[in-house]
Write a protein that binds this ligand. Structure first.
Ligand SMILES: [Zn+2]
Length: 414
């Protein structure tokens, strides 16, 4: 049985971390299509070259190295190479480095799989331009119109960024891969949350990516002098938010599951002056669950509760639904196979949802998908302090290798 060499993964992750690293805060700045991002992609192609793999960059900027026979559907493994500003060294990179090591481990044992393995570094996963460009392009979730209009938060167009990186923007539409060209898509990623680390588990087997809804809400009351307006004669918009915040746990207890999340992430009070009763409160609600019916029940309960709170405080409640993303489910057979392999390796694990979005969600419904987590120490991610123990990385990568070998066996039906 081929074995993962974690020292090589460590070397690669450290090598990649130098692309876009800033010494001042030790953060990685490798935003999609930046110079650092493109240099890291070239570095990866050089590694494919050394291993004798066929490699290419598609029109969306995805870098793909191929190992194995030419004319069969591919087992795609990997993740993304771009980062958020001031990101950590493991997010995305782990899946790419582990994918590379899987091929190296097979190659050094002289094993050629029955089905080709494609190691991928997807492009623009972190949403600098508001999507997951690489994965969307490969799975047909991309439109010409979106390519034409997408901008980053500073108003810089995606088209310009792609051109500056040497890509022809509309070539992204040629990156589409038909389902029959893909045997499976399997991603290894850091959890980016505290669950595995807190519960002292090594492996998270993801059953699906939670759906997300986002509301922009407004409670409108009356701005008054904070000294002259008696407490019982106010329409204080902030009091409405405060009451609602206390209701969130009850809403989840009554309507949700242990996978439900409701977050007020942004609040702006108007006029926002210390000596004025806030006459308006603008805030966001983001809700998540792995079941769309539960998402709907949570949303309905939020609406009911906010309406009744508004009445109590003499406020007006308004909201707009900004987005509603359905949950995406990993393939049940893949989840079972990963669980079986995890048991054979005697690693501790749990089956869990992913609250964060990942490339894999666009491949759900397009091909068989799987997503494996390893622990993030303290749950830290999207920050320079992001850390995962090398011993956990070794196990995650070994599991990835054994899953890939299982998928590459002819007898598994595609
Ligand atoms: Zn990521």
């Amino acid at each position: 049985m081929p074995r993962i060499n974690v020292e090589r993964i460590e070397q690669d992750i450290i090598a990649i971390s130098h692309f876009g690293r800033q010494e001042s805060d030790r953060g990685v700045y490798r935003q999609g299509f930046s110079q650092a991002d493109m240099e890291a992609r070239q570095w990866l192609r050089d590694q494919f070259e050394r291993l004798g793999m066929a490699h290419s960059m598609d029109g969306a900027g995805n870098v793909i190295g191929r190992y194995g026979p030419e004319d069969k559907p591919a087992i795609i493994i990997g993740s993304h190479l771009d980062s958020v500003p001031a990101g950590g060294m493991f997010d995305g990179v782990l899946g790419v480095a582990a994918g590379l090591e899987v091929v190296r481990a097979l190659h050094e044992k002289g094993i050629t799989p029955d089905f080709p393995i494609e190691v991928i570094a997807t492009s623009e996963e972190e949403g600098r331009f508001g999507g997951m460009l690489g994965a969307q392009a490969m799975t047909g979730h991309l439109t010409r119109e979106w390519l034409e209009t997408a901008c980053d938060e500073h108003g810089y167009p995606l088209k310009d960024a792609m051109e500056a990186a040497g890509l022809e923007p509309f070539d992204a539409l040629h990156a589409y891969r038909r389902p029959e060209e893909i045997r499976a898509f399997l991603e290894l990623h850091v959890e980016q949350g505290p669950v595995l680390d807190t519960e002292k588990l090594t492996i998270g087997i993801v059953e699906g990516i939670s759906g997300v809804f986002k509301w922009n809400c407004r409670l409108i009351g009356k701005a008054d002098h904070a000294g002259t307006a008696p407490m019982d004669m106010r329409s204080d918009a902030f009091m409405g938010i405060a009451d609602f915040a206390h209701e969130i746990q009850r809403i989840i207890d009554e309507e949700g599951t242990d996978k439900s999340r409701i977050t007020i992430g942004h609040v702006a009070l108007k006029p926002g002056f210390p000596h004025t009763v806030p006459g308006e409160a603008d805030f966001t609600i983001v809700g998540r669950d792995l079941d769309e019916d539960v998402m709907r029940a949570l949303a309905n309960a939020c609406r009911r509760v906010l309406s009744s709170i508004a009445r109590k405080h003499k406020l007006k409640f308004e909201y707009e639904e900004m987005s509603w993303l359905k949950p995406a489910y990993c393939d049940e057979g893949m989840v079972q196979m990963i669980e079986q392999k995890t048991k054979e390796l005697d690693y501790s694990y749990k089956v869990m949802p992913s609250g964060a979005g990942h490339d894999v969600q666009f491949f759900c419904g397009h091909t068989r998908t799987g997503l494996i987590f390893v622990p993030s120490v303290g749950g830290v991610s999207h920050a320079p302090d992001e850390w995962t123990h090398w011993s956990d990385i070794e196990r995650g990568a070994q599991l990835l290798l054994e899953c890939v070998m299982e998928l590459a066996r002819e007898k598994v039906p595609a």
